[in-house]
Design a protein around this ligand. Structure first.
Ligand code: NAP
Ligand code: HSE
Length: 426
């Protein structure tokens, strides 16, 4: 029998508990022995919960789990940095295998946690930390192991994809769509992590670390969120043949890893453009396999619990048969991240300008001097004192675009810079 200590009985923890109960017999035959939840750590023992379970399992004293020598495996579903980090470290020190869905911890401390696990001869698994129910961690470690991964594009946050889909398809208000995503259990306890792009940044950092076997420091990832996306940008994107998605991008280039998270225009015909609602997708290119796209629900109780239970099954088998998977856990390379200022992209710019002769010429002069060339210019209204204009550039170096923006701010004719969004042709 494998005895499990569950840390957290919230959205994901309750889903994991339900699957382990519902599929008890099936899981026993898959693993070769029974999987039993021995204790469950929660913050508030008296809280009313939506699932049927044995209340005697609950504790709010973590020692009941971490210091119980009978518990083989802990499943961390508390989230956030502390106390989850301390609990995982203590569990590993005590020789317990760890399963977690915590992307923040793996992105920030993955190298250290995996090193400690290897030292102790136990496994750490984190399939649910990236893209909810989509298997991607194990495929990167195993199924794509024959490849040099050259690039990864991901829609990796369910909450923001849900919000952008509601805004695009129903013209829904941002705040209302966020409230719905929270009600559906997609959002983090602090949803600013979703909205700001940080959650997706943790995930692309984890994928890149595995793909290039190099520890990516989250501080090196350029991050922008969806806070400034307005219905007007979505409508203009459609007019130009694009959709707006919060895109996580990672490319292995000769002059460093180009890794970033930001809203992007993507062509409406690309497979990633049809990834809607809470669905996520990972579109990667490996030198042997070519293009591959993995698609599924990126957040929510049962899809995430499905990934956690898959890890529990694998870790339990390893414990039961005495062969923990500790190979390939440490990142061997030291590749550098490319600074965003050196990355090339096309850009969409939406400005408010005075409608008078010579304005476009002045804007074009600034762009030309900074080696930014234009692919298209659209002026939306006429005969008003101030009009919106939309510029789309050819591929330019980010620092040249930023110099132009700084100069626009000093032009009398430019009243406002409403938005700047990168255009990814993929
Ligand atoms: P959640 O609903 O907020 O549940 C957190 C659980 O942890 C609750 O049971 C809570 O206890 C317990 N807890 C919190 N702080 C604690 C403390 N200091 N000591 C003991 N117990 C504590 O969170 P969730 O949505 O299930 O997310 C859990 C993890 O899965 C996070 O790392 C998240 O990023 C990740 N994840 C979530 C999703 C998703 O769709 N929700 C998808 C993928 C990954 P009480 O019940 O007593 O409050
Ligand atoms: N809050 C996250 C999301 C949960 O919306 O994608 C899944 O990691």
């Amino acid at each position: 029998m494998i005895k499990i200590g569950l840390l957290g009985l919230g959205t994901v923890g309750s889903g994991v508990y339900s699957i382990l109960e519902k599929h008890k017999e099936n899981l026993k035959s898959k693993v070769g022995t029974e999987l039993r939840i021995e204790k469950i750590l929660v913050k508030d023992i008296d809280k009313k919960r939506d699932i049927d379970f044995d209340k005697a399992l609950l504790t709010n004293n973590v020692e009941d789990i971490l210091e119980n020598p009978e518990i083989d495996l802990i499943v961390e579903l508390i989230g956030g940095e502390e106390p989850a980090y301390q609990y995982i470290v203590q569990a590993l020190k005590n020789g317990k295998a760890v399963v977690t869905a915590n992307k923040l911890l793996i992105a920030r401390y993955g190298q250290e946690i995996m090193g400690l696990a290897a030292e102790k001869g136990v496994s750490v698994s984190f399939e649910a930390s990236v893209a909810g129910g989509i298997p991607i961690i194990r495929p990167l470690r195993e199924s794509f192991a024959a490849n040099k991964i050259e690039r990864i594009y991901g829609i990796l946050n369910g909450t923001t994809n849900y919000i952008l889909t509601k805004m695009t398809e129903e013209g829904q208000d941002f705040q209302l769509a966020l409230k719905e995503a929270q009600k559906l259990g997609y959002a983090e306890s602090d949803p600013s992590s979703d909205i700001s792009g940080t959650d997706a940044a943790y995930k692309i950092a984890i994928l890149s670390s595995l793909a290039y076997e190099t520890a990516i420091d989250i501080k090196d990832v350029h991050i922008e969120g969806i806070e400034n996306i307005e219905i007007e940008d979505i409508e203009l994107a459609k007019e130009l043949g694009y959709l707006i998605k919060l895109l996580a991008i990672s490319k292995f280039t000769p002059d460093g890893i180009d890794i970033r998270v930001h809203p992007a225009f993507i062509p409406e015909y690309h497979p990633l453009a049809s990834v809607n609602d809470v669905y996520n997708a990972i579109y990667l290119y490996g030198d042997s396999v070519g293009d591959v796209m993995l698609y599924g629900q990126g957040a929510g109780q049962m899809p995430t619990a499905s990934a956690v239970v898959a890890d529990i099954i694998q870790a339990s088998k390893e414990i039961y048969y005495g062969s923990p998977d500790i190979n390939g856990h440490i990142y061997k390379n030291d590749h550098k991240v490319k600074d965003i200022s050196q990355v090339h992209n096309s850009f969409y710019l939406r400005l408010q300008v005075k409608d008078k002769p010579g304005v476009l010429a002045r804007i074009a002069e600034v762009l030309g001097r900074n080696q930014v060339s234009l692919a298209s210019v659209i002026q939306k209204h006429r005969y008003a004192p101030v009009v919106p204009i939309v510029l789309v550039t050819h591929q330019v170096k980010e620092e040249n675009l930023q110099k132009s923006i700084a100069e626009f701010k000093n032009l009398d004719e430019v009243i406002a810079i409403n938005n700047i969004i990168r255009v990814e042709e993929l």
